[in-house]
Design a protein. Structure first.
Length: 265
């Protein structure tokens, strides 16, 4: 079988420096990290990539290649192609869930891990079933409704309340409009929070130093950060003031400082 992924990616910095792989959230893309990687590239080689269903990455094959286990396998093979045997790992929201899966299942590949506004999935089958149902409804909307209307509704969610007030949001929104809603629907169905394997019982396996970042206005994911940190042996938490779900967009300098300080310890 040929490799099913043709990843669109970008390297920034010197190959002589330590490597950081950054994974974006749902609806996003590799360029979401630009304000962070422009700062990090002085001391690190940053790797950003469009995840399956997003940006310009191509997936050749059946829908299973959009699932979390397949995406994780694809990421490891992608790192092998770049001859990166070990690196730091950063993940936001959906990318954070993938990062946790990678940390649990491929622990020797990652030095330090940073999880922003994310979760290890759901704890019970009942919760998962309900979330799968709601994600299917969202997927159907992506396939049938006007995409701009969908995006407007998405960013009206309370956890994104502060983002549209930012002067940079219009540019971000225009970038989101370039996405393919049919591919996003596949990603949501196959790799949504309900569809992914629950990792709650697996977090104790993470031996690497791990930093959980959340915004102080994002009550749900702030609570999840504390809950996850209780289960990880070498965990730290950073709560960013006056910030919602997308910390690296809303407070890029503060996010960079927390990230950099954690990595250079």
């Amino acid at each position: 079988m040929s490799f099913p992924y043709r990843f669109k990616y970008e390297l920034n910095g010197s190959p002589e420096n330590p490597v950081i792989l950054l994974l974006h959230g749902f609806l996003g893309g590799k360029d979401d990290w630009t304000e962070i990687t422009d700062r990090l590239c002085e001391n690190f080689l940053t790797v950003t990539v469009d995840l399956p269903g997003h940006g310009y990455t191509q997936v050749n094959g059946i829908d299973k290649y959009y699932t979390m286990p397949s995406c994780a396998w694809g990421m490891i093979n992608f790192l092998d192609q770049l001859k990166i045997k070990k690196c730091h790992l950063v993940g936001y929201s959906m990318g954070g869930r993938l990062a946790l899966y990678l940390a649990v299942n491929y622990p020797v590949r990652f030095d330090k891990i940073i999880i922003e506004s994310s979760s290890p999935g759901l704890k019970t089958a009942v919760e998962s079933k309900a979330r799968i149902k709601s994600d299917k409804i969202l997927s159907r909307r992506l396939e049938t409704e006007n995409f701009e209307d969908f995006l407007n509704d998405w960013y009206r969610q309370p956890l994104f309340e502060s983002m549209p007030k930012d002067t940079r949001f219009k540019k971000l929104f225009k970038k989101r409009l370039k996405s393919d809603p049919l591919l996003l629907a596949k990603s949501l169905r196959q790799m949504g929070t309900g569809a992914q394997p629950s990792l709650w019982a697996e977090l104790v396996k993470i031996q690497a130093p791990i930093l959980f970042i959340a915004g102080d206005k994002d009550e749900k994911f702030k609570a999840l950060a504390y809950a996850m940190s209780d289960l990880c042996k070498r965990a730290e938490i950073s709560i960013i003031n006056n910030c919602g779900h997308n910390v690296h967009f809303e407070k890029p300098l503060e996010f960079y400082e927390q990230l950099n300080n954690f990595l250079i310890k």
